[in-house]
Write a protein that binds this ligand. Structure first.
Ligand code: G6Q
Length: 553
């Protein structure tokens, strides 16, 4: 297989970059004044660097590209076989090669009238079977028909899970709080740090509390530890009556045996499948807490939003394909400008966990250094993703984005409508989206400063070079459906990047390593007798020091 850096499209892009890198966004706009204009229904033109579809409006005109760049990037995607790999995902081929699995999160949101047969099983039918059970369960809890052990209604739901079994549910709950049952309390316990469990439960009544134990494998140290602690906490309130477990615990897992060993009736287990990766699972049964919060109909809206982008991604030509454009631009900066990070800046308080969610999605997927056939990659792969909601970030780290020495491409996510309109807050919020992206692109020149009468000594400090690239993603309103649009948009951007790099975006051996390593050290920390340690000097000393501090040495 030709190494990526040796493909002809790559070479064309490298020489194209040499020309573009010298050109300022001011010049690009001067030479192509209409590049940021929307097409408003007219046929797409390569001169308009905007794309709209599936609930999202993407303005990518403030990127360091000209009319040649996107076709060259699209040619790279074609040369790398990205469209074929995309089709292989949608049809259930085993594209997760290192785990020998299909990658079918797109099946989680296919409508019930579709069918997708993989290894003789119609996975869409299975998905809808679980969705129906989830809906029935959520209706029972939300209506108060299904009560706790002592007959009291369930008022508190605690999701116990970590990584992919936590970040999606937390992000979705926070994002969709306005659509949730405000008389129910939702909390999330992930870290094995005892403080996480303590703070989540300290003011709750066990008689009104339901635990959703969410773990694909049902073996993860943190989740199993928290689940056992949760069971003790519950049973303490019910005089040790284990019959209470059935009323206060349900499980979301692929491991029926583990669930039943834990003492949860498999009738109260909501399953999913090994073809759903943890970081792609918020729209599977892992979303049970989301469905409990917003109800089955709105959960369906969320799924519809995902599916809308799936269809768009699968069928739209690359030059108008929103997730593909985003993924191609990520390649452009990471590989040709050598940028290391990408900021995601949602202008919505409800999306305050969205960057953390995206960190897992992007970095666990594309933090890889070998190709599908096990060869070392010939180019850089996944960038560091990070971010915070605006405008808060503007009062802290944006300084470095504006005037630092790093080039950091940014995604600005804005909404036309607030869910809680008060006065002119929304106009002020959105004005900052537009002002920041304008300023990052065009900066402020020394001449402009001098014309304003700025003291000569201050001119260098107050000069903004500009030429900082941004995408502006505008959404009408944050709803379950548009949240689905947004998440699927990033999922497929990640796919596009991974397909070009030729890596397995769907395994996570680094995470597996962490799970195995801690298991070895736990007994060394806990043993009553001095353990024989065969670590390096640093690790062994840290273990001994901790044991002394805990009075075990
Ligand atoms: C996700 C990762 C990882 C995983 C957690 C929890 O893609 O594999 O974040 O979700 O380690 O795993 P379990 O759901 O098996 O507990």
């Amino acid at each position: 297989m030709t190494r990526l850096s040796e493909t002809s499209a790559w070479k064309s892009l490298a020489s194209h970059h040499e020309q573009i890198a010298r050109i300022h966004l001011r010049e690009l706009f001067a030479g192509q004044p209409g590049r940021g204009e929307s097409n408003d229904g007219s046929p797409a033109s390569p001169a308009n660097l905007v794309a709209e579809g599936a609930g999202l409006y993407l303005d990518y005109s403030k990127h360091r590209i000209n009319t040649e760049t996107m076709p060259l990037l699209a040619a790279l995607a074609e040369e790398c076989g990205m469209p074929a790999r995309r089709e292989a995902m949608f049809t259930g081929e085993r594209i997760n090669v290192s785990e020998d699995r299909p990658v079918l999160h797109v099946a989680l949101r296919m409508p019930a009238n579709r069918s997708l047969v993989v290894d003789g099983t119609d996975v869409v039918r299975e998905v809808h079977g679980v969705l129906s059970r989830m809906s029935a369960f959520c209706e029972e809890i939300r209506s108060g028909r299904r009560t706790g052990h002592t007959g009291r209604p369930i008022r508190n739901v605690i999701n116990v899970g970590i990584g992919g079994s936590d970040l999606g549910p937390v992000m979705a709950y926070e994002a969709l709080k306005e659509y949730s049952r405000r008389d129910l309390t939702f909390r999330f316990v992930s870290n094995v740090d005892d403080t996480g469990f303590y703070e989540a439960t300290r003011d709750l009544d066990p008689e009104e509390t339901l635990f959703v134990i969410s773990s694909k494998t049902f073996t993860t140290l943190e989740t199993m530890t928290n689940a056992r602690t949760a069971r003790e906490w519950s049973l303490a309130a019910f005089g040790g009556d284990t019959a209470a477990v059935a009323k206060h615990f349900v499980a979301v897992s692929t491991n029926a045996e583990g669930v039943s060993d834990f003492g949860i009736d498999t009738a109260d287990m909501f399953g999913f499948w090994d073809w759903v990766g943890g970081r792609y699972s918020m729209d599977s049964a892992i979303g049970l807490s989301t469905m409990l919060a917003i109800g089955p109909d709105r959960f369906q809206d969320l799924l519809d939003g995902f599916h809308e982008i799936d269809e768009h991604f699968r069928e739209t030509p690359l030059d108008r394909n929103l997730p593909a454009i985003h993924g191609l631009l990520a390649i452009w900066y990471r590989n040709f400008f050598g940028t290391q990070t990408q900021a995601v800046l949602p202008y919505s308080e409800y999306l305050h966990r969205f960057p953390a969610y995206l960190q897992q999605l992007t970095m666990e997927s594309n933090g890889k250094s070998v190709t599908l056939d096990g060869e070392a990659v010939s180019t850089a792969t996944g960038a560091v993703f990070w971010g915070e909601p605006g405008t808060n970030g503007q009062h802290s780290f944006y300084q470095l984005i504006h005037q630092g020495t790093e080039l950091i491409p940014c995604d600005f996510i804005g909404f036309n409508h607030s869910l809680n309109p008060i006065g002119n807050h929304q106009d002020l919020l959105v004005s900052n989206v537009f002002a920041q992206t304008e300023s990052l692109a065009f900066g402020k020149t020394p001449e402009e400063l001098r014309d304003e009468g700025v003291d000569a000594a201050l001119v260098p400090h107050r000069t903004f070079e500009g030429n900082r690239p941004t995408s502006t993603l505008m959404v009408d309103r944050l709803t379950p459906r548009t949240l689905g649009n947004l998440v699927a948009f990033y999922e497929h951007s990640v796919f596009t990047q991974g397909a070009i790099w030729g890596i397995d975006s769907f395994d996570q051996w680094g995470v597996e390593l962490g799970k195995a390593l801690a298991r070895k050290i736990v007994p060394e920390l806990e043993s009553e007798n001095e353990p024989g340690l065969d670590h390096d000097s640093s690790t062994s000393s840290l273990i001994r020091r901790y044991r002394r501090a805990r009075g075990r040495a």
